[in-house]
Design a protein around this ligand. Structure first.
Ligand code: NAI
Ligand code: SOE
Length: 404
């Protein structure tokens, strides 16, 4: 095994915990060419960063990003901060010669995303600093069932694709949910749109290997315009969905959407619909996609993340029907070699462990199990997000060629 991969992570909230767990576990589950070393966590304040480092296994802590950027031993900066910080932090890290792994959405705005894409491109071509890489944590690609769907499409099992139907439905955004950064346009960029549509646009692009050429019929809606102000550091404000709801007295204005819906056309002819919302009462984290092709169809729902639904159109009519594949077979289903015996389900955290493993592979010049999104790739998803907003606000179809 070559030298350890020293990592610094910026941020210590929901994703800070998920990523810490992933970096700590990747070498335990996977045989990897390098060992991840959790060197420094960068927090907003020293006391908080110290507590976090002790609990989650970081060797050191700081509240000054410069310390991590000037530490020559650190090769990779992992960014798990609110969306408005992705661009300045990622660009500074790239300019300091580091590899960068950034949470989704790539940025709050298209302009910031473009600057990040350009900085990653410039860094890769600046040979003096080595082959600098960028990664984006579209972690759902690494659900074994989603990776399998990608492989089935690649093997042409679905044939020509007609329909893509994607929804990301949550319901944590009810009126009593406090005004965290997620409801502030200047910090989040958008609401359910960048937060959730980003995932399903990425999933649709990843599974089909196709690109969107036109967006139309978009609706952007904010149902709840006033929210109780967030208590500083309240857990429910920090982690988005599912937290304890603590009433607060002051009222503030939400400046993001609660939901965005839109239609799209793909280059190879498929037509698609996308819906993201935080107000789909009754749905906790229903990240689902159905793809209907000439020879077969697939359905995935994150709330049953170990399963892929498969329809084989070639079967005799008497036998034709949806079948449920338990994507838990080592040696058969992507990533399952690393985990448990057949039928022993994995969870949300494994998507991050598998992505951490693929990042380590990529940084050692090896191939990831399925493609890893980089800043260029995530920028294409960001362009689609932008096209949907233009469509919603101008009430018209938007060609992707309009969105630079
Ligand atoms: P969070 O609010 O739980 O945590 C954000 C963290 O950033 C907090 O620890 C906060 O103290 C820290 N922070 C803020 N400003 C900072 C600064 N200047 N320097 C250092 N730390 C700073 O938010 P969460 O849920 O962890 O989201 C972070 C990012 O991860 C967002 O971009 C979000 O979209 C993404 N995300 C992705 C998920 C996925 O499934 N891939 C799931 C949840 C979030
Ligand atoms: C909240 O909506 C959230 O945590 C998103 O930020 C994540 O990206 C999604 O995976 C789960 O829900």
């Amino acid at each position: 095994m070559s030298s350890p991969l020293n990592i610094a992570m910026i941020g210590s909230g929901f994703m800070g915990r998920a990523h810490s767990q992933a970096w700590a576990s990747a070498n335990r589950f996977f045989e990897l060419p390098r060992r991840a070393r959790m060197r420094t966590v960068v927090g907003r304040d020293l006391a908080g960063a110290r507590l976090f480092s002790e609990r989650w296994g970081w060797a050191d802590f700081t509240s000054d990003l410069k310390c991590a950027l000037e530490d020559d031993a650190i090769e990779l900066i992992d960014i798990v901060t609110p969306n408005h910080l992705h661009a300045p932090q990622a660009i500074a890290a790239l300019q300091a010669g580091k590899h960068v792994a950034c949470e989704k959405p790539l940025a709050g705005t298209l302009e910031e995303a473009r600057a990040m894409r350009d900085a990653a491109k410039a860094a890769r071509s600046r040979k003096r600093l080595g082959d600098q890489r960028s990664f984006v944590w579209f972690n759902y690609r690494r659900c074994p069932a989603v990776a399998l769907a990608h492989q089935l499409v690649k093997k042409k099992k679905l044939g020509r694709i007609y329909h893509i139907r994607a929804q990301y439905l949550q319901d944590w955004g009810q009126s009593e949910t406090p005004l965290s950064w997620r409801f502030q346009g200047n910090l989040a960029g958008s609401g359910a749109h960048g937060d959730l549509n980003a995932h399903i646009i990425d999933l649709a692009r990843f599974i089909t290997g196709d690109e969107i050429i036109e967006v139309s019929g978009a609706i952007e809606k904010t149902f709840i315009e006033q929210r109780p102000s967030a208590r500083p550091r309240a857990r429910e404000a920090a982690s988005g969905s599912g937290g304890r709801r603590v009433p607060a007295k002051k009222i503030g204005r939400s400046t993001v959407d609660d939901c965005v819906l839109f239609l799209a056309r793909f280059k190879m002819g498929a037509v698609a619909s996308f819906e993201a919302t935080r107000l789909a009462t009754g749905n906790l984290n229903r990240n689902q996609i159905e793809i209907n092709g000439e020879h077969g169809a697939i359905k995935f729902d994150f709330e049953r993340m170990n399963e892929l639904q498969w329809w084989d159109n070639a079967l005799d009519g008497q036998l034709r029907g949806w079948s449920t594949i338990s994507c838990t077979l080592p040696g058969v289903h992507p990533y399952m070699d690393a985990y448990w015996p057949p039928g022993h389900a994995i969870g949300y955290e494994h998507t991050f462990i598998s992505q951490a493993a693929d990042i380590i592979r990529a940084l050692a010049g090896r191939k990831p199990v399925v493609p890893l999104p980089d800043f260029e790739d995530a920028y294409q998803t960001q362009r689609v997000l932008e096209a949907a907003i233009v469509s919603a606000r101008q009430g018209r179809a938007v060609r992707m060629s309009e969105i630079k």
